[in-house]
Design a protein. Structure first.
Length: 76
């Protein structure tokens, strides 16, 4: 199973220290070798995506272009 983590925040005025970046890279390498981390690829711009919501058994999606679609979600 894959998970996507989205964080919201502000960018600091200076880049992170080199030691921190090295530690993050090492952690990623270890997690990849252990099979816990599959991919660290970036995301496409939000303009290329869609917003999807599930409410009352209906899946609603809105594309960046504003097109709306509604589907009924059935339990398996």
């Amino acid at each position: 199973m894959r998970y996507m983590i989205l964080l919201q925040g502000t960018n600091p005025p200076t880049p992170p220290p080199a030691e921190l970046m090295e530690a993050i890279m090492k952690l990623g390498e270890e997690a990849t070798k252990a099979g816990a981390l599959l991919d660290t690829a970036g995301l496409m711009p939000s303009a290329a995506g869609a917003r999807v919501s599930l409410y009352g058994g209906k899946v609603t999606s809105v594309t960046a272009a504003g097109n709306r679609g509604v589907e009924t979600c059935r339990r398996r």
